[in-house]
Design a protein around this ligand. Structure first.
Ligand code: UGA
Length: 433
């Protein structure tokens, strides 16, 4: 078992730290945010992720997991250093690598020799040349390894312990295999050891494929509406073909979250800089924007300006409090000037949403949101919403109308309960029709 330092205690850093400690390694997570470190030390995870807090506490009690704000302390006698800092997009869509560069420089300044730097942050293909140059400039002997993460929010702990694959890429012989040993003990994980550029591209191309599937089914949804087909049945019918498969064919309000848009933009930028065509990448991003416009138009069509819309769901998907690049937030932003919007979410109606939606009333109480509303717009597929009593909802609302973005309701039941129904990839219905 090894001693491992992880720089960056965001979503990826904390899941990886707690997971590796559970596999038996001694792991120290380091971050410049002292308040966050204090919370983690006392076993509190500063974001909502199922199963993570118990795993962190288990690690803390075992003594194998610790957190510090002192990078130099974390690097003492540590050969393996995982970099899990953010790589936010800049104005051109390129990844801003300043946090990665800062981490590399800090590692370079530390006297510990012969370190292996494992980059989990999503970094553009080819960027190891620049990172290596920074190490060389500081006479630092270090191996650079790409080990992309495939953790989906809301299921990250399960994804860590049952990974679909482990990808490790390095350009020096034998290093990828050494790093792969850190993940031994994960059952059934398929391992790919490659060069660094292959590993980096696997990450980007995977997110591109997934985003492309979502864009593709949303594109199909428009045709379903026009021709009276049901996109859920079309997706089911296509997905039964094993060459197509059933995953990521849920039509909805478009993909959101901090990964797909950012990674697609970064991949597009990298391709453009290399003089490569970007038409397919552009089309996926454009479809997602088009989907947002269609969703907003559909909701507008159900109400008149000044009326009240109750928005159900702000998180970019269920089981997370994350509202970064949430399409639900974008929908509310598009509506809030013309309508009275009140938004509810089981966990995401907090401070981050408040900053993005100034003047919009937020509540975690769905009945409060529904009171007096002329339209209930469901935007996140929370299980709680699937179970909602349509009878009680109707009693609260000024007028019974439902927009079903993620397709969580049976339109027949909704119409039977007296609501007007509008959704994605299904014909609109009203009780009188
Ligand atoms: C995604 C990938 O699934 C992870 O493998 C990857 O590690 C991660 O990005 C990352 O790069 O860090 P995540 O963004 O957490 O994970 O969420 P997804 O479950 O992929 O969903 C992304 C968006 O697509 C959500 O808005 C979701 O609602 C939407 N989606 C997903 C659909 O609209 N339809 C679908 O069928 C599936």
């Amino acid at each position: 078992m090894e001693k491992i330092a992880i720089i960056g205690t965001g979503f990826v850093g904390v899941v990886t730290a707690a997971g590796l400690a559970d596999l038996g390694h001694t792991v120290i997570g380091v971050d410049i945010d002292e308040a966050k470190i204090d919370r983690l030390r006392s076993g509190h995870v500063p974001f909502s992720e199922p199963k993570l807090e118990p795993l962190v506490r288990k690690g803390l009690y075992s003594g194998r997991l610790s957190f510090t704000a002192e990078l130099n302390h974390a690097l003492i006698d540590t050969t393996y250093i995982i970099v899990a800092v953010p790589t936010p997009p800049d104005k051109d869509g390129a990844s801003d690598l300043s946090f990665v560069h800062a981490a590399i420089d800090a590692i370079s300044a530390h006297p510990q020799q012969e370190v292996v730097i494992i980059v989990k942050s999503t970094v553009p293909v080819g960027c190891f040349k620049t990172l290596q140059a920074r190490l060389d400039a500081n006479d630092k002997r270090a191996s650079l390894v790409s080990c992309p993460e495939f953790l989906a929010e809301g299921q990250a702990v399960s994804d860590f312990f049952s990974p679909s694959r482990t990808v490790v890429g390095a350009n020096q012989a034998g290093v990828a295999e050494r790093v792969a040993e850190l993940f031994e003990g994960l059952p059934g994980a398929r391992l790919i050891c490659s060069n660094a550029e292959t590993a980096q591209l696997i990450k980007y191309e995977s997110n591109k494929q997934l985003a492309m599937r979502v864009a593709s089914i949303n594109d199909t949804a428009a045709r379903c509406e026009a021709f009276g087909a049901d996109v859920h049945e079309v997706a089911k019918g296509m997905g039964m073909d094993p060459r197509i498969g059933e995953h990521f064919l849920r039509a909805g309000i478009g993909y959101g979250g901090s990964c797909f848009s950012k990674d697609l933009a970064a991949l597009t930028y990298t391709a453009r800089m290399a003089g490569l065509p970007t038409g397919l990448l552009d089309a996926v991003a454009e479809q997602n924007e088009q989907q947002l416009r269609r969703v907003v138009a559909k909701i507008r069509e159900m109400i008149t300006p000044g009326q009240k819309v109750a928005v159900f769901g702000l998180a970019f998907k269920p089981l997370t409090s994350d509202v970064r690049s949430s399409r639900a937030i974008a929908v509310v932003q598009a509506l809030m000037g013309d309508y009275t919007v009140i938004a509810t979410d089981p966990v995401a109606a907090g401070d981050e949403a408040r900053i993005l939606l100034p003047g919009v009333e937020l509540t975690d109480n769905p009945w409060r949101a529904a009171k007096g509303a002329h339209c209930a717009a469901f935007l996140t597929a929370w299980d709680e919403y699937r179970q909602i009593s349509l009878e009680l909802l109707q009693l609260q609302m000024a007028r019974p109308a439902i927009f079903d973005g993620p397709g969580i309701f049976d339109p027949n039941k909704v119409v039977k309960a007296g609501f007007r129904y509008s959704g994605i990839g299904r014909p609109s219905r009203s009780p009188l029709a």
